[in-house]
Design a protein around this ligand. Structure first.
Ligand SMILES: CC(C)(COP(=O)(O)OP(=O)(O)OC[C@H]1O[C@@H](n2cnc3c(N)ncnc32)[C@H](O)[C@@H]1OP(=O)(O)O)[C@@H](O)C(=O)NCCC(=O)NCCS
Length: 411
């Protein structure tokens, strides 16, 4: 098995820039160089050489995920990238597996990433989250109050204040926090646009958003890259800013805020869909599942849940495909094996098998999806690698209920 090595910013940076330009992640600009430097400074990156120079890299950083009412440490695979000479040697997959193993060894309960397509990361145990819904909205159609005050402009130089605001935002089940301001700084650098927000009487930023224009400045479409808010009034005020663009911009793309449905705030959405035709500003909802998680620590993940309505115990035999990508001297070997799961007020997972209990068989991918509430046990038994006696599937489906997880942070 070939081995990767730590990234060296002094000797590898030019090669990393070359790779990122070859894959379309980087423009030859100071802003992009600044963003990438910030990202690399807080990430752990490994490199694999091809023909004597770095041609494959994987970067990760620490993060947290909110699971019900608990916060779990997570390992965020922030970038997997191969230059044009570095493809299909198995390096990207192996290095991803190595980062998950390192993250797990350092205490991550789960690993998470954004995907370029479904299937690639499934091979190391990741399973898809639910759909993330977005809608391009004609700003004039927003049913929100007219602005009563002007927002403040924010730039990349306000990254710290914006980042702090993001870390204080309203969080629901599944919310991810990336602690490093570098990630907000990088997003501002790579997505040219504007930050807009509001301050309280003490001068502290309370709610804000980053809007990008993809070079379609005059009439849009623009996109709300992210929003950070806590109260209904704050959300309405941010959407009031979006509405205030209506005389200039015909479409603003916006994700459903966590737990909400943007269509509730749009006047006559179907009429706007008909009127906006098929152009750039077409009022068009989309739903795509583009982030994936995998458990790294089964007892810690199960122990984060409280499910008083589900008084259930069962065995689960977990298959974890990651092991085949790990060198024999890597101590963390994945989550495969036999576990006894107890659900109730407090939940637990212990190694072992109790012959008196019903038994589920699941890939770690599907088991992670069930645990996070992406889909019910019954649904996963139809479309994913999860099987169990009908009575157990029905019991879990009826009593293990979580809202769909929403990361509310793209990575
Ligand atoms: C994604 C990327 C790193 C993969 O690099 P790579 O060198 O092909 O990766 P590996 O050699 O480790 O894996 C290739 C294998 O994955 C398989 N694969 C690729 N996409 C897959 C998918 N969606 N589902 C299942 N298998 C997939 C290939 O068929 C190949 O299988 P094989 O080895 O059996 O032939 C590379 O294409 C890249 O840099 N793309 C641009 C940047 C990007 O999108 N990065 C990912 C961000 S999430």
């Amino acid at each position: 098995m070939s081995t990767s090595r730590p990234f060296n910013i002094d000797t590898d940076l030019a090669d990393l820039h070359r790779i990122w330009q070859e894959i379309g992640w980087m423009e030859d600009s100071d802003a992009h160089r600044r963003g990438i430097k910030a990202y690399l400074d807080v990430s752990t990156t490994t490199a694999q050489d091809v023909n004597g120079a770095m041609d494959i890299g994987v970067s990760r950083c620490d993060a947290t995920v909110h699971v019900q009412h608990t916060t779990l440490p997570a390992c965020l695979i922030a970038g997997v990238y191969a230059g044009l000479a570095g493809r299909q040697g198995g390096h990207a997959t192996r290095m991803t597996a190595e980062h998950v193993a390192d993250g797990a060894a350092q205490g991550a309960a789960i690993a998470t990433l954004g995907i370029f397509d479904q299937g690639f990361y499934d091979r190391v145990g990741f399973g898809c989250g639910p759909y993330v819904r977005r809608m391009t909205i004609e700003p004039a159609s927003l049913n929100v109050p007219r602005l009563q005050r002007s927002p403040v402009r924010l730039t990349v130089d306000d990254a710290q204040a914006m980042h702090d605001c993001r870390l204080r935002r309203r969080r629901l089940h599944g919310a991810i926090d990336i602690p490093h301001v570098a990630y907000t700084e990088m997003e501002c650098c790579e997505s040219p646009g504007w930050g807009l927000g509001f301050k309280n009487s003490a001068g502290a930023l309370t709610h804000c958003m980053w809007i990008t224009h993809e070079s379609k400045i005059e009439n849009g479409p623009w996109s709300v890259r992210w929003m950070a808010w806590n109260t209904r009034d704050e959300l309405m005020e941010l959407l009031g800013v979006v509405k205030s663009f209506a005389d200039q911009v015909s479409g603003v793309r916006i994700a459903d805020p966590p737990g909400l449905q943007m269509q509730d705030l749009v006047d006559r959405p179907f009429a706007w869909m008909r009127r906006t035709g098929s152009g750039d500003n077409q009022v068009k909802p989309t739903a795509v599942a583009y982030w994936q998680h995998r458990m790294c620590d089964v007892p810690r993940c199960i122990g984060a849940i409280s499910m008083p309505a589900a008084d259930l115990r069962f065995n689960v035999q977990i298959d974890d495909p990651i092991e085949q990508f790990l060198a024999s001297d890597v101590p963390w070997r994945g989550c495969g094996g036999d576990w006894i799961i107890s659900l109730g007020d407090t939940c637990s997972a212990e190694p072992g098998c109790d012959d008196a209990l019903p038994t589920m068989r699941a890939s770690i991918n599907a088991f992670t999806r069930w645990w996070m509430g992406v889909r019910s046990a019954e649904a996963l038994s139809m479309t994913d690698a999860l099987e169990a006696p009908a009575e157990l599937l029905a019991g879990l489906t009826a009593h293990y209920r979580l809202p769909a997880p929403e990361t509310d942070w793209d990575y």
